[in-house]
Ligand binder design. Structure first.
Ligand SMILES: [Zn+2]
Ligand SMILES: [Zn+2]
Length: 490
């Protein structure tokens, strides 16, 4: 009976050990057991590597007096590596008491974490920056592929080199490590605030509603196939970029800003390529339709997207400047594409500017003169029937006349009738007139009150909803005895 309960207790302890990871007590101080520098209770380090490490560290101790303990465990449960290292360091009392020249190298496999924990006396030779550098350059690359022996040996060799020749630090010292983390914080803020502003603009501006599928668009010219649902859009332009930035926060990378910028840039180029692909799909669908005006519809579509691609050519010139010119060439390609007569299916030909006038209405001719619409007239080679297509002209100030429907309605004049004051609203009037039929309309509008600028700094309360947490997993030494060193994750 007694035996059975002992077995049960042992089994429970084992389960606990597996569930909670190694405890301070459960890690054998190998130095006291068999003189080895390596505690390897979970068999993470191979036998060859263990003896190699021992040989190296014995030499280091002989030469410099510094004592190095290497501990590799599967898990330390929920503890964080810094606290655990600090406690283990204190418990074992690594290093000579007078010189405090101990170093604990702790590897925690399930946390993907490595820490060089330095004693007081070693903080000069092994400052945190150097510890971090050694972890990053020599250890983490091997750990990421599961080569724990290689990583430990490479890191410890660098440590040994440093301890016996402090001048070696010069070749390791990174030029501007602390600045990078500061500018990384700033970078994250800039990305977050820019993202929030873009989201607010996209969802706030009414005219962009046609960009999304969910709303009725009131004749916006973005075809349905090219529009996103709000969910898709948020996914593409908010969630994934946020993940990219968050991802670099977790990775031990020397210049996250550079990597992140390059990745974000590449990612946005990818979204543009998707957008261009969707557009081309839409054009293909339109092109397959056996309708005579499909060329004009496609041309109109291309025109409506032109300013978008113009901006993209500016922001991402590398692929999209070329695409932009391709896009423009497509526009004239579809406009001048040979087409067939809607009546007899025979081929048609485009009339020259001189020839076309007699087939255009007076209103159309006025639009041509105003450059609000550019009309093309095509004539059938067989039956001589004509069809005309209007394309957006260079002059964009004209609107559709409410009376004759021609694009010749323009704001002729505007004036202030009553000036606003600090206490009353003002009134203004605009006169719209149609250049073709002469239709005129006077409308009044109110002008908001003047504002005392000296006391109001209103409307500058921009919402910066996202804050960036700065827990980067690095434990920069606390200055207490043994609190120096650095951790890295992979
Ligand atoms: Zn015909
Ligand atoms: Zn009119």
């Amino acid at each position: 009976m007694l035996n059975l309960s002992r077995v049960l207790l042992a089994a429970m302890l084992l389960v606990c050990a597996v569930a909670w990871g190694a405890t301070l007590e459960s890690i054998p101080n190998q130095r006291l057991v068999n003189g080895s520098h390596v505690a390897n209770p979970d068999g993470i380090i191979g036998a060859d590597a263990t003896s190699e490490i021992d040989q190296l560290l014995i030499n280091v101790e002989k030469k410099t007096g510094a004592q190095v303990a290497v501990v590799a465990v599967e898990s330390i449960g929920q503890s964080d590596i810094f606290t655990f290292a600090q406690h283990l360091f204190e418990r074992w009392g690594i290093g000579n008491k007078a010189r405090d020249d101990g170093l604990l190298v702790l590897l925690v496999k399930d946390q993907h974490a490595i820490r060089l924990h330095t004693g007081y006396g070693l903080e000069g030779t092994l400052p945190d920056v150097i510890c971090k550098r050694i972890e990053h350059d020599y250890m983490v690359p091997a750990f990421t592929t599961g080569r724990y022996d290689d990583g430990l040996l490479a890191g410890l060799n660098a440590v040994a080199k440093l301890l016996s020749d402090p001048a070696y630090a010069q070749s390791l010292k990174p030029a501007e490590n602390p600045e990078i983390s500061t500018s990384w914080e700033i970078f994250k803020y800039v990305v977050a605030i820019t993202g929030v502003i873009i989201i607010l603009i996209t969802f706030g501006i009414k005219s962009l509603n046609g960009y999304f599928l969910s709303t009725s668009d009131g004749g916006r010219n973005t075809p349905k196939a090219m529009r996103w649902t709000r969910k898709q859009w948020l996914m593409l332009y908010a969630a994934i970029p946020a993940l990219i930035v968050a991802g670099y926060d977790q990775l031990p990378i020397i210049s996250p800003i550079l990597m992140c910028s390059v990745t974000l840039y590449g990612y946005f180029i990818l979204t543009m390529i998707i957008q261009a692909w969707r557009q081309q799909q839409t054009i293909n669908v339109l092109f397959k339709k056996n309708r005579c005006n499909k060329y004009a519809v496609i041309n109109e579509l291309i025109t409506s997207q032109q300013s978008f691609w113009g901006w993209m050519a500016l922001l991402f010139p590398l692929p999209f400047l070329v695409y932009y010119f391709y896009y423009l060439s497509r526009k004239s390609y579809y406009r001048n594409h040979p087409r067939n007569c809607p009546k007899c299916q025979a081929s048609m030909r485009k009339l020259s500017e001189q020839e076309e006038d007699k087939f255009l209405s007076q209103a159309q001719q006025m639009e041509e003169t105003l450059h609000s619409v550019d009309h093309d007239v095509w004539q059938c080679n067989a039956c001589e029937a004509t069809t005309s297509w209007g394309y957006s002209g260079t002059e964009t100030k004209y609107e559709k006349c409410p009376k004759c429907k021609s694009l010749a309605y323009v704001e002729e004049s505007g004036r202030t009738l009553v000036s606003p004051t600090y206490s009353t609203r003002g009134k203004g009037e605009t006169i719209h007139a149609c250049q073709f039929c002469g239709h005129r309309k006077t409308s009044t509008y109110s002008i908001s009150m003047l504002r005392d600028n000296s006391s109001s700094d209103s409307s500058s309360s921009s919402s910066s909803a996202s804050s960036s947490s700065s827990s980067s997993g690095d434990n920069w030494g606390g200055g207490n005895s043994g609190g120096g060193g650095a951790s890295s994750n992979w």
